[in-house]
Design a binder for this molecule. Structure first.
Ligand code: SAM
Length: 438
């Protein structure tokens, strides 16, 4: 038997939508909509099961209901990110430009961060923060998978970041934790977890997060507040509250797929192809502040530089993050912050030479190494972590499948030692020619 929609939810929707609420309730009993968004990597293969493009997002397509895209290695290899279409609205509304400084304050698992990175064309600074440690690790892994090389991943409370980055960012996204009414169709059990007290609790937590977020927007900068819920308490009421309490913020109209919206948009599933989302765009008044000058990055020694360049040429500033050589366009002060990822991790200098990081192999600019183009069988063995035999190469190599880098290997005496990270290895399964793991 199906799980009924919570009564109090239905009451609020009737208040919000009048007789149109019945169309919403009917839509919530239907089939959920799936989609994927391509990142910036290329592969020599097609992705099956793509339907029409998502009109307001770059390189995004609806997916067939039963598409196995999430089980394909093309997914693990970072060719695309699975995300329902309406969840792509907030980053499209923020629409960051290449070179801007952008904060994604509630970022895990990383759907919107990876979209922001594509919109920024990997240029500028993207700070992706997640307060829950385990979720911050998932976020970091997803950014690595998608090859994002210009992001800092922090695991901090919003209050702490607000103290460190006053007026720093050109654009801030607050995709706040919410009561999740946008899950009612995709995961019917979420209807059981919903409560009116939960909505009230979410509202006050959202206000706390917003109070921190506004402090980090530079004068003249912009803020997008979004949730995946539909009730006005967590959405419109919070925007009104924000404008009343922070009078230098005003909602600003925006265009999406040719339509003009008056600063806020609620994507109801009966009106909009997606699962339910709210987004509001606010601009902070005033002139642009002079940016706090970035401190000099920790220096890279001559020996470290030599070791890196004799391994592979690399364009761009190189800094150190602990023992790791990293590349990051602009580095704000990081002391005292919990940082999980600092730009593109290139690798470390060890006694036996430079040891490249998996993140570099997965990035949009992998190291210049001999490529080993694998057949399905070899690629499946590589992803399991097997040693590959009878290889003619010597030294470090880039393992690829259909032109898409899988990771690194090191060859000597005909054997390729596997450097695919242990935590990512597939312990079972075979891959077919579409990259589908069974
Ligand atoms: N933006 C993400 C994406 O597109 O993949 C989804 C973010 S999810 C809606 C909200 C996130 O806020 C969760 O990862 C949650 O752990 C985090 N969160 C929970 N409580 C928080 C708090 N008090 N301050 C900041 N973030 C919080």
């Amino acid at each position: 038997m199906s799980i009924p929609l919570p009564e109090a939810f239905c009451r609020v929707m009737r208040e919000q939508l009048g007789s149109e609420a019945e169309a919403l309730f009917e839509a919530l009993e239907g089939v959920h909509i799936r989609a994927l968004r391509f990142g910036d990597k290329k592969a020599d293969t097609e992705v099956p099961g793509l339907l029409s493009p998502v009109p307001y997002a770059l390189n995004a397509y609806e997916l067939e209901k039963d598409s196995p895209a999430g089980r394909s290695w093309l997914h693990d290899g970072g060719l695309y990110y699975l995300q329902e279409p309406a969840a792509m609205v907030p980053a499209s509304v923020l629409n960051p430009a290449p070179g801007e400084s952008v904060l994604d304050l509630c970022a895990a698992p990383g759907g919107k961060s990876t979209q922001l990175s594509s919109l920024m064309r990997s240029r500028g600074l993207l700070v992706c923060n997640e307060v829950v440690p385990r979720r911050a690790q998932v976020l970091s892994g997803n950014l690595e998978r998608m090859g994002v090389g210009h992001a800092l991943v922090t695991q901090e409370r919003p209050e702490k970041l607000a103290q460190r980055f006053p007026g720093f960012f050109d654009a801030v996204l607050v995709d706040a934790p919410c009561s999740g009414e946008g899950m009612f169709r995709r995961q019917a059990e979420s209807r059981l977890e919903w409560s009116w007290d939960g909505v009230r609790g979410c509202q006050s937590r959202q206000r706390e997060i917003l109070s921190c977020a506004v402090k980090m927007v530079r004068l003249g900068g912009r803020l997008v507040y979004s949730t995946c819920t539909l009730n006005h308490l967590e959405n419109e009421d919070n925007v009104l509250w924000l404008e009343e309490n922070f009078p230098d913020f005003h909602r600003e109209s925006f265009r999406l797929a040719g339509e003009e919206y008056p600063g806020i948009l609620t994507c109801y599933p009966h009106r909009f192809r997606g699962e339910g989302q709210f987004a509001a765009l606010l601009r902070r008044g005033g002139e642009t502040e002079a940016r706090v000058p970035a401190p000099l990055p920790p220096p890279v020694s001559r020996e470290q530089k030599q070791a890196l360049f004799s391994f592979s040429p690399f364009e761009g500033e190189v800094m150190t993050f602990g023992q790791i050589l990293v590349s990051l366009p602009e580095c704000p002060p990081l002391q005292g912050l919990r940082v999980l990822r600092c730009g593109l991790h290139l690798g470390q200098v060890r006694n036996h030479g430079f040891e490249p990081d998996h993140a570099w192999a997965m990035s949009l600019t992998p190291p210049c190494l001999p490529c080993v183009d694998m057949c399905e069988e070899e690629a499946a063995a590589y992803l399991r972590g097997d040693v590959l035999r009878e290889r003619p190469e010597r030294g470090w190599v880039l393992a690829r499948w259909k032109g898409l880098p899988l990771g690194l290997g090191k060859c000597s005496s005909g054997v390729m030692k596997n450097h695919y990270p242990k935590g990512l290895r597939r312990t079972s399964g075979q891959m077919d020619e579409t990259g589908l793991l069974s």
